[in-house]
Design a binder for this molecule. Structure first.
Ligand code: PLP
Length: 391
């Protein structure tokens, strides 16, 4: 069975060009970049080239790019590091209710350490209201951490506005750009971003490598202590092949961004139009300021998990926000935050496409989803006379 991969927000395939760039650093070029002899020089140079490519992707200086083990580590480092470095100045932080758990659980951990966190509400499309952000700021606010783009519903937050608000008040601004980096333009200077998280596996590099951008002059505590790697800020021998892969993925993302956005947005919109023909189906997230590849829905009177299992019978890989990785059956915190009741949030479906997808695959998905939904509704106790029991 041919796989139709429509889960690029979960992870992406390592691009062939990326693998080719990585290969020598998995084989002949295995020197430790910290070693002093000439053999390790190529490893060191390759890491620095990758750093340059990342800097180029987000408009940063190379000295502001730090490699990490994943997006989760970058988020943890930014938030805990800022909290610990600034705890004497203040104990208050602001975030939103729709952040990824890498941010939410880090904030909850810091609450247990005596920090105070405001979780901003979002509107029905997932946007925070900048006026509410201003109202939430207190004299002891030390950090604002708001995601660049949401992983479940694709909402691109008003980052420039948030950055301006933070900068005018000299408050640090971190953004989790794991879903955005390489997919939409980012300029850390124009957007007044102080710290930004990236994860390799969302843009065609391998899993297990990330970046934290830290603006020059921003002081944060380290999470990892040990050797003097990453200019003394993040100890641990660099994962050279993965870093090289991320650097190449960043270079490709920048070079082809306009083309990819156009192609992927067109496929996404066709997918949205097709899926919305199913009765009692709604788009979740906005129609404007939305991630190019992300189409997300709630389909009433079907269970998200059942839909995923059935879709895979057609070879289609998709996602649902209705159960988190812990196996809990709680509906997605994001769908609840944008106002859906539990029984509707349970029918969530996320299809996230990439530039590798084809128009034929989109056609297949548009055919398969209504078939799957019909089968499930026919068996459902809450589907009566052609409508949900609550309609
Ligand atoms: N933040 C967001 C918005 C994400 O979507 C993800 C992964 O799904 C992460 C953080 C975590 O990144 P990683 O898988 O590299 O730890």
């Amino acid at each position: 069975m041919k796989i139709i991969y429509a889960d690029h927000a979960a992870t992406t395939r390592v691009k062939p060009e990326v693998l080719e760039k990585m290969r020598p650093y998995l084989t002949e070029e295995y020197g430790n970049p910290s070693s002093l002899y000439g053999f390790s020089y190529n490893s060191k140079r390759a890491v620095e080239q990758a750093r340059e490519n990342i800097a180029g992707l987000i408009g940063a200086d190379v000295k502001e790019v730090y490699f990490t083990g994943c997006g989760t580590e970058s988020d943890n480092w930014a938030i805990k590091g800022a909290a610990w470095a600034n705890g004497k100045k203040g104990k208050h932080m602001i975030t939103s209710k729709t952040e990824h758990h890498a941010v939410l659980h880090t904030c909850q951990y810091l609450e247990k350490q005596g920090f105070d966190v405001t979780y901003l509400d979002v509107d029905k499309d997932g946007f925070i209201n900048p006026d509410e952000l201003i109202k939430a700021i207190r004299p002891d606010t030390i950090l604002i951490t708001i995601m660049f783009a949401n992983n479940e519903i694709g909402t691109i937050m008003p980052i420039s506005e948030i950055g301006r608000i933070a900068r005018e008040r000299s408050i640090l601004f971190h953004t989790d750009a794991v879903q955005a980096a390489g997919h939409v333009p980012i300029d850390v200077n124009a957007m007044n971003i102080d710290m930004l998280s990236i994860s390799g596996h969302k843009l065609g590099a391998p899993k297990g490598v990330g970046v934290l951008y830290i603006r020059k002059g921003v002081k944060i505590e380290s999470l990892m202590h040990g050797g003097g790697h990453e200019r003394g800020k993040r100890a641990g021998t660099e994962n050279v092949p993965h870093i090289v892969g991320l650097g190449e993925a960043a270079r490709l993302a920048k070079a082809y961004m306009d083309e990819n956005i156009k192609k992927v947005t067109a496929m996404r919109d066709r997918l949205i139009d097709g899926i919305l023909k199913i009765p009692y189906t709604r788009l979740t997230g906005p129609t404007e300021n939305r991630l190019p590849g992300l189409a997300s829905f709630v389909i009433e009177a079907v269970e998200g998990e059942a839909m995923l299992l059935k879709l895979f019978e057609y070879g289609i890989c998709a996602s649902s926000g209705s159960a988190c990785s812990s196996g809990s059956l709680d509906p997605s915190h994001v769908l609840l935050a944008i106002g859906y009741p539990h029984h509707i949030a349970h029918g969530s479906l996320r299809l996230s496409i990439g530039e590798e997808n084809t128009d034929e695959e989109i056609d297949r998905i548009i055919e398969a989803v209504p078939e799957v939904v019909k089968k499930l509704r026919d068996m459902s106790p809450v589907w009566e006379n052609g409508k949900p029991a609550w309609a």
